[in-house]
Design a protein around this ligand. Structure first.
Ligand code: F6P
Length: 392
């Protein structure tokens, strides 16, 4: 039996690396975007100034003594990271804590006028209101001419590529994929995925959501199709308990997406009504577990969430950040088997992800070599490639 595989944890300490650029450039830009999106009062502006300065050259600061989630963060390692540079601790941890601190700065948790105001809501709503979303929803009507399996495949690809905020209801085109020198899909275990969701299956699908708006809409459509066609008996959608990573979905975003569907025309509205009633009767449940916005890999799932996911016939893990949490945010060789690095997960698991950070596992050696030859390292982070990986 092989030993549990391991590899160095990714930090943000290497200037010029992708993680370093996120901490040094992307986080300050996000602070600016949030500042510009609301008429915050001077107290909030001062708090944002302080966070900006802290991110640039400071050390991780503790939460206030009265923070509602102080115990969670303590359990997640706050004590070991306080006082250290944001750049020298696991990148997964520092990114996650940045969003927690940003919410403090805008008064999201504190009693007062800004309590509960999602600083990213304007960006999420703009995406839902975009004309492209209308076009993408209208395209659902064309899918009705396909057999159920074809619809299912198209909706799976819609959910996959929705992670690029590109809600194209692409029909699977395996001929084009194999003809390309470097296929857009770098791994495709979709046949195994479908084998875990047989017709007449009464099992539970868990879907760990990623972004709101134009990713959440196709995620919901996929769930609606699976329920409607009896491939699952029940679905559980895991969202974030508070705004996170700019566009990650919360319960409020689920309601916005469902409202958007119900108010659309044609097939989109039918799916919307199906989902609305599924939520109402409990066939579709929404969870917002604190760990979903935690800074740790899924190998460290808390017992209650582990037990819930263990009941799933399949857990679908969406997006890049969830992939990092699933396999561990480590410098894996790209060819380390996906099944080995996800052996800890309590149910069969499928990752649907466009590649937006360095971590990748489970590639065939020839695929990695072809990607490197054609694109250098950019294929790992550009969001132009995607994968469907399944561990049964
Ligand atoms: O929305 P996704 O697919 O989780 O991607 C978010 C990705 O963007 C980053 O936050 C980089 O900014 C990555 O850390 C993360 O993996």
């Amino acid at each position: 039996m092989s030993a549990t595989p391991t590899a160095p944890v990714i930090l943000g300490d290497e200037p010029g690396s992708f993680p370093h650029s996120v901490l040094a450039e992307r986080h300050p830009a996000i602070i600016q975007q949030v500042r510009d999106a609301f008429p915050y009062d001077p107290t909030r502006h001062r708090a944002l100034d302080a966070l900006l300065a802290n991110c640039a050259d400071g050390a991780v600061e503790p939460l206030s003594a009265t923070a509602h989630d102080r115990d969670h963060w303590t359990a997640w390692g706050l004590g070991t990271h306080v006082g250290r540079s944001w750049y020298d601790i696991p990148w997964l941890w520092s990114e996650s804590y940045f969003y927690r601190r940003l919410l403090d700065a805008v008064g999201y948790f504190a009693p007062g006028p800004w309590q509960g105001i999602d600083p990213f809501r304007p960006f999420k709503l703009a995406e839902l209101a975009a004309p492209e979303t209308d076009e993408e929803l209208a395209a659902l009507d064309d899918l009705t001419t396909l057999p159920a399996d074809g619809q299912a495949r198209a909706l799976l690809h819609g959910s996959l590529w929705g992670n690029r905020a590109d809600l194209g209801f692409r029909l699977s085109d395996s001929a084009a994929a194999t003809a390309a020198a470097v296929p857009a899909l770098v791994a495709d275990d979709s046949d195994t995925l479908w084998s875990l969701l047989p017709s007449g299956g009464a099992g539970t699908l868990c879907l760990i959501a990623d972004n709101a708006g134009r990713e959440l809409v196709p995620d919901l459509l996929l769930i609606a199709h699976l329920l409607e066609h009896g491939r699952v008996g029940r679905a559980v959608l895991h969202v974030k308990p508070y705004p996170y990573y700019v566009s990650d979905a919360t319960t409020a975003d689920v309601v916005d997406a469902l409202t958007r569907l119900v108010r659309a025309d044609g097939r989109a509205a039918e799916y919307g009504r199906l989902l609305w009633s599924a939520m109402t009767d409990g066939t579709l449940a929404v969870r917002a577990h604190p760990f979903s916005a935690g800074p740790l890999p899924y190998a460290d799932l808390p017992a209650d969430l582990r037990a819930e996911l263990a009941t799933a016939a399949l857990t679908v893990v969406k997006g890049d950040l969830n992939y990092r949490r699933l396999v561990g945010d480590r410098r894996w060789p790209a060819t380390v088997p996906f099944a080995e690095v996800t052996a800890h997960f309590p149910s069969p698991v499928a990752a649907l992800r466009t590649l937006k950070s360095d971590v990748v596992t489970g590639l065939a050696p020839a695929t990695e070599a072809a990607l490197d030859a054609a694109e250098g390292g950019s294929w790992r982070t550009a969001g132009t490639h995607a994968l469907i990986q399944v561990r049964t």
